[in-house]
Design a protein around this ligand. Sequence first.
Ligand code: AQP
Length: 334
Amino acid sequence: MARIFSGMAPSGFPTLGNYLGATRNWVKLQAQGDCIYCIVDQHAITNFQNPTELREKTRVMAAILLASGIDPEKHILFHQSAVPAHARLAWIFNCVARIGWLNRMTQFKDKAGKDREAVSTGLYVYPNLMAADIHAYHATLVPVGDDQRQHLELANDIAEKFNFDYGVKFFPRIEAMIPAETARIMSLRDGTKKMSKSDPSDQSRINLNDDSDTIALKIRRAKTDPEPLPADPSGLAGRPEATNLVTIYAAMTDQTPAAVLQNLAGAGFGAFKEKLADALIAHIAPIKTETERLLNDPAHIDSILQAGARRAAAIADPIVDEAERIVGFLPRGP
Ligand code: AQP
């Protein structure tokens, strides 16, 4: 059976972008392989996190993933910092990856902005830790959104160079699983920017723990243009905000964008936004209710994550022990 790995950073509350780009696939993939899902708190601190809030966001993220349908009995759900194998392998990968490779990472350029000298070194080597997250399990399938494509290519380059430098065939190639139509959900305020949980504007995104009134308001305020909905997707060219809302509605109602437009051609955005808000609320409200129920018992959430971490470590430790042996470290001992 294929081993599937993916992670999500508790740098905010999960958004509709995380859900459509990643989580919804994570849930479906549970029928197809052994899944290891990781709340990557070590990635989250590449930007400063208030410690109390980080603990809260980690638990909320776990609760939302469980409420969305992740099964922690059949599969593994845990927090990254609880399995030291990730950091051990990341250090080896820091020494394998080349600075030139990291300099090409567009996510670093986007996140660092103009102030490159002032961001953390963790943000710079983040893709090496992400490669370690995956390779520590010899996972081969990685469900992610389109924004992570370049990082996965880098993870393959690192594995290839490790194998070449040490004359081994130790790390397998990994394959990205990127959903065709919802690979990149965009901000509600700017259709050219990805929807992001750490965007300073809460109005730019739908959070999976937003209540129904908040969802309706955010959709009413979402940026659009004055044209009605066209009859087919070609009429959305050059209209990023309209495209984004149609993509979201199509995903929420399990249709293609073309089918949505066939049915709603000529409708104005006022009426369309009401339909969209209703579809989102119908989908998100049950997740929010279950999330709140789970959050009433934080100790139970912690125990699920800790049990997951023990099972994750049992897989990763021997693989990372072997990687350390290959590079020439003495055994850690019992
Ligand atoms: N807007 C998006 N559309 C589609 N997929 C998305 N993902 C994130 N945003 C979108 C996918 O969600 C998974 C988890 O992402 P992450 O938490 O590791 O970090 P990220 O990609 O950097 O997501 P955010 O929301 O933008 O977080 P911050 O604000 O912390 O940077 C990934 O599979 C990602 O592709």
